[in-house]
Ligand binder design. Structure first.
Ligand code: AMP
Ligand code: MG
Length: 423
């Protein structure tokens, strides 16, 4: 049995980022950019009308004061919708009727919005004359200048950027159809136990619904990794071996059950037979003591990281959040500061108790009060109790001292990712 910091150090020592992959732009959404994105165009790509109105030469206007009723009368020489271009030049006394998104024609240096046209001339087209109010006029108004946002050749996004919706849109504008992004981490998920039945089955006496499978798959998905569902295997060596062999094709195999000290805890031996080298087994921790971690090295291909998570669902999830999550974040190329769930100090709103021989993790609700994080211990019956984890934005992390913690005392809490947004 090893200590928690040692287990974490060992995982950090073994896990390596997967080589990045060239992905179609949309498939890279939610992933980290591994290269940079350089634009092949200016943005805006040319001087662009930003309003519907009339493209004019400022020399025709005197830039009268706000509210002026002076009027300038101009010949409309061309109609320009978005996508239209013209070689005509806007000289004195002339203008173009222009729609938002069209290139501003040569000679024009401002767009007067259609609202500034005297009412009966607002709808005139090429060949007509428009009367425009000469007030609050500025050269350059309502024109998006070429290159105002960025220039061709400019680096817009750098390696390590998380590709969200704005980044994907920007990459598309810059002409990137494919991007170099952190590879999706493929995570095989296998539950073991002869008692397990799928969630659509009403368990007979002695049977248990497989909750770990969907739960771990959900946790994997929330990290942006790719769960591969292998279902469940009965506690027979050949059944588990066949499923493990399948799971070893993934980047990470997360197996649950069968790793503690019972007669049918066959998993460590099966891992050994499959060539998975043990890195550690058992961590001084509650819940989650039986956790197993190893690696299958391959000569000419990437290795597979293998976790044996405890069968009890809450233990399984705690071990996922402490250990498996760390491995997946490293493989995904995430920066070091994102590897672990964040930890903070919080003030207790009610008493709780540590465990004498092991550090203990206990579910709690979190809130801010007077600039301080406050933690409310949640009722929880232990490692098989998932209901107690629902709504737990954090886990109290109490040292192995077995002592009672009083209301108002400060303790360490681990913030639980997505759930912590709910607090
Ligand atoms: P084990 O680690 O295999 O000794 O299992 C410990 C406890 O967790 C037992 O009560 C199992 O029935 C339960 N368990 C194991 N796997 C699962 C699972 N996939 N879903 C729900 N409970 C499980
Ligand atoms: Mg079992």
């Amino acid at each position: 049995m090893i200590e928690l910091p040692e287990a974490i150090r060992l995982i950090e020592g073994v896990a390596r980022p997967l080589p990045p992959r060239r992905l179609p732009l949309l498939d890279a959404c939610g992933r980290l950019l591994a290269g940079s994105i350089v634009s092949d165009v200016d943005s805006p790509p040319w001087d662009r009308a930003m309003m519907d109105g009339f493209a004019v030469s400022s020399e025709d206007f005197t830039s009268g004061p706000a509210g002026s009723t002076e009027v300038v009368e101009l010949d409309v020489i061309v109609d320009l919708a978005a996508g239209d271009v013209t070689t005509l030049v806007i000289g004195r006394g002339r203008c173009a009727r222009i729609m938002t998104g069209a290139p501003v024609p040569a000679g024009a240096d401002a767009v007067v919005p259609v609202e500034a046209a005297v009412a009966d001339t607002a709808r005139v087209h090429a060949g007509g004359r428009v009367r425009l109010l000469d007030n609050r006029f500025r050269s350059g108004q309502h024109i998006g200048r070429q290159g105002a946002a960025f220039r061709s050749g400019q680096e817009l996004l750098t390696a390590g950027t998380l590709l969200g919706s704005a980044e994907i849109g920007l990459a598309a504008e810059a002409g990137a159809t494919h991007v170099l992004a952190a590879a999706p981490v493929r995570v095989a998920i296998l539950s073991t136990g002869s008692e397990l039945v799928p969630p659509d089955t009403v368990p007979a006496f002695g049977q248990t619904r497989n909750s770990n499978g969907p739960m771990i798959a959900a946790a994997v998905k929330l990290l942006g990794a790719e769960p591969i569902l292998l279902g469940s295997a009965a506690d027979r060596p050949e059944a588990i071996r066949a499923a493990v062999a399948q799971g070893l094709a993934a980047d990470v195999l997360l197996l649950s059950g069968g790793v503690s000290a019972g007669d049918l805890d066959l998993v460590p031996e099966i891992f050994r037979q499959c060539g998975v080298e043990k890195v550690f087994h058992k961590v001084r921790l509650k819940p989650g003591k039986p956790v197993w971690f190893g690696v299958l090295e391959r000569e000419h291909a990437a290795s597979t990281l293998v976790f044996g998570l405890p069968g009890n669902p809450a233990s399984s999830l705690v071990c996922f959040e402490l250990f498996a999550r760390l491995a997946i974040m490293i493989l995904a190329g995430c920066p070091r500061e994102a590897w672990h769930l964040p930890r903070r100090q919080a003030r207790l709103t009610g008493p709780t108790k540590g465990v004498a021989d092991r550090p203990v993790y206990l579910p709690c609700r979190l809130a801010e009060s007077a600039g301080m994080l406050v933690a409310t211990p949640l009722p929880w019956t232990g490692s098989a109790d998932l209901l107690g984890l629902v709504g737990a934005a954090g886990m109290l992390c109490l040292p192995a001292d077995g002592r009672r913690y009083e209301t108002g005392e400060e303790v360490e809490v681990m913030l639980r990712g997505a759930a912590s947004n709910a607090c």
